[in-house]
Ligand binder design. Sequence first.
Ligand code: PLP
Length: 396
Amino acid sequence: MVNEKMLTLGTKKSTIRTIFEYGQKRIAEVGAENVYDFSLGNPNVPTPEYIKEAAVDILQTTDPAEVHGYTVAPGKPAVRAAIAEAINERFSMQLTSSNIFMTAGAAAAITICFKALNEESDEFITIAPFFPEYQAFVESVGGRLVIVPPKRETFQIDFTAFECSVTPKTKAVIVNSPNNPSGAVYSEETIKKLAEILEAKEREYAHPIFIIADEPYREIAYERIEVPYIPHFYKNTLVCYSYSKSFSLAGERIGYIVVPSEVDGFAEVYGAIAGAGRVLTHVNAPSLWQLVVARCAKKPSDISAYEENGRILYEGLIEAGFTCLKPQGAFYLFPKALEEDDRAFCEKAKKYDLLLVPGSDFGCPGHFRASYCIRKETIEQSIPVFKKLAEEYRKK
Ligand code: PLP
């Protein structure tokens, strides 16, 4: 009677959601101060004042039809021009409004790109560990997600494994840096090597292979780590950006796609993006939030709370005996589980009310994800608990 796949997607809870709901139940039973919930990636830094002020001012002073009416499908021309200008200033690009397509966040942006590019079960490569929604998004447009294992110590790309995965059916490679869940930032060296391989494969197969840069965490990079701007290194790059994390606007659904003029078949690619947005019924990105982000396009993000949380959790876990990549960006740590079976490990952690997500859910067994966009006090109080858990393993 209904589409089985949709029924499964709509009713089978994700592991993250199940763990979060379990945490809510435990909070009711034992109190919030005794539950250490590292499950969700919902930004906890308050939305900046300048965003609130811009929203209020726009609501009070702008013609309601301009604020609440439909916009043209790619987004308001003046908004796209303001965003293009901000990107040009920051990354020395030469974009205009015609290179920007406003979307309802990164999820919409990447899915629109998948839909726009996919022909007859094309392949889309992701490097593990990866954002699990990619699977549903790629399959929803008829594509096939190909998962490539990473270098385990650094979570950079394992190019031997990567090269073996590129085939004539490869339409695009998804690059998510800073990465959810590993917290790694791909180095310039990694991006250059990726570009070199893809350029050679494009020549061999005589068709473009795109990079879809999924960048909701672009602003969240620590210790002055530079997040390479991929269009500088690879021509056929579509950048999917979101304000969900940088401005803590996850519920408002606002972001954009950059389609540089240099991409092969620019007019067709931009046109297909518009068509994909149309059939996916995006209509237009939220009008009020288009105006707000355009006004704030050059404003900085405050990542100090995430940086501090990441440092406290990382140092605490290392002290407790865990092995973990030092946080480079985003707000996740992806340590090694203390036994091979990451699901069994997370179940054991649950006994201590430490709520962690198994790495298997991100295509990378043997690890777990701890999301640190939570209260600093919770992280501080969790460290002795992590130590107790590690102690239980040492006693074995
Ligand atoms: N891509 C990655 C890697 C994410 O972690 C997320 C959200 O957590 C998204 C995309 C979706 O972000 P948005 O809220 O902008 O749709």
